[in-house]
Design a protein. Structure first.
Length: 424
């Protein structure tokens, strides 16, 4: 006897891209926390109007032809030819970014500018896929369980040794000569202000939180492209630090450099037992990311976000296993969309600390249920000069999370919850 919460999806034989439809139904089942089994409540999935979940043959046909244009969407982006499941599939995998007519920046990144969100007049992404799933579940009489959101806190480490230059410059501009001299002395005595990892972990501990550090394995800049690390991960000082951070409960990941090397090569260079990646400068295209992560052996990536705006780039608030459309199968890793990054507020939107705090806390509040909110705070945003007012923003976030009993999770927590049970 099957329980009421168990369903079986009966797919019409004539369906195109069946693997993709099944993939989307699996994510839907994970979102609604229903079980799927052969003796469950039967739901038909097909092109016929009488189907419980109705798909659009036109839509799937164009996707099969690798036509990823957005012209079939209605003006508020809620439907493609009446096919909610198809729309969810399209968005979750950011398929518009594969449209040959889309523009990318000089690094080949898909930005918010030129995205489907901007094209349809939105100031930033919203949880469109959640809305589609909610509507679908409602129509099928499936209740949506509410689960408290958690957070994935992380720090990309690009710069350690340039605090005296960067913060120092700002100090000089503000006429704070003593601060500048102090920063220079810190650098000379091997104690630069951005070598602040233990302070970060201690601060998080005060609020019952934990985090992940992403390290760049190489320090060679690429002329005309950008910088990699300004530190040497193999130095004795860094090795000692990394070990101490681990013993304090922090997790490490690779911050994929802008070199041509593969993720696997960089993981080997790092020489640590790790599970997760985030691309430096968020320099990736999502289709390449899927190929590279699947080849890397890593189980998690945390790159899918925009630099210019906050929110969930693919319109979905939970970690998910991307569909590898080139090979028509699920990926072997889980993607954790990046929702909040310090530089979005400080550099791109030029907000002061107070305004940034308001925006971030209201975003977290808005997503206090059914989300994993990934927050990136660089070590450079913990000193008060170049990014004045920003250390306090992070403390406000930690305080809010503690007061609202929102737990911070590690890559392994996420992998165990979102990857393992689907592949079992
Ligand atoms: Zn970086």
């Amino acid at each position: 006897m099957s329980s009421k919460n168990t369903y079986q999806f009966n797919l019409d034989h004539e369906l195109l891209m069946k693997e993709a439809v099944e993939w989307t139904l699996n994510v839907f089942a994970q979102y609604t926390k229903v079980n799927t089994a052969n003796d469950g409540v039967e739901l038909t999935v097909g092109y016929a109007d009488t189907s419980d979940i109705k798909l659009s043959k036109d839509f799937w046909q164009t996707i099969q032809k690798k036509d990823y244009s957005t012209k079939r969407f209605n003006s508020d982006l809620t439907e493609i030819d009446g096919d909610k499941l198809g729309a969810a599939f399209f968005f979750m995998n950011c398929l518009w970014e594969r449209d040959a007519n889309r523009t990318t920046d000089h690094w080949g990144r898909s930005e918010f500018t030129g995205s489907i969100w901007q094209e349809f007049g939105f100031k930033r992404p919203f949880c469109l896929v959640n809305n589609l799933f909610d509507e679908l579940a409602h129509a099928l009489g499936i209740p949506i369980p509410e689960e408290k959101s958690s957070v994935f806190l992380s720090h990309d480490i690009d710069a350690v040794n340039s605090a005296w230059l960067e913060d120092g410059k700002v100090a000089l501009k503000k006429g704070r000569l003593l601060t500048f001299l102090k920063e220079m002395k810190n650098q000379i005595t091997g104690n630069p202000a951005w070598f602040n990892f233990k302070e970060i972990v201690d601060l998080e501990k005060e609020y019952g939180a934990r985090s992940t550090f992403f390290w760049i394995p190489t320090d060679k800049a690429i002329p005309g492209v950008g910088k990699n690390a300004d530190y040497q991960i193999k130095s004795l000082k860094m090795r000692t630090e990394l070990e101490e951070l681990s013993s304090m409960g922090a997790t490490h990941g690779v911050h994929k450099s802008i070199d041509d090397s593969s993720i696997k090569e960089e993981v080997d260079q790092l020489g640590l037992d790790i599970n997760a990646n985030r691309y430096h400068y968020l320099k990736f295209s999502f289709d390449d990311l899927i190929t590279e992560l699947n080849a890397s052996g890593l189980k998690m990536d945390a790159s899918l976000g925009y630099a210019e705006v906050y929110g969930f780039r693919n319109g979905y608030s939970l970690p998910f296993i991307p569909f590898d459309i080139d090979n028509m199968r699920s990926s072997s890793f889980v993607e954790v969309p990046l929702a909040i990054m310090d530089a979005t507020f400080s550099r791109y939107q030029k907000m002061d600390g107070q305004k940034a705090t308001e925006e971030i806390l209201s975003f977290i509040k808005e997503h206090e249920k059914n989300a994993v909110i990934s927050v990136l705070w660089h070590n450079t945003h913990f000193t008060d000069l170049k990014y004045e007012g920003y250390p306090a923003v992070y403390t406000h976030i930690l305080q809010y999370l503690q007061e609202n009993e929102m737990v911070s999770v590690s890559p392994l927590d996420i992998i165990n919850k979102y990857l393992r049970d689907v592949h079992e």
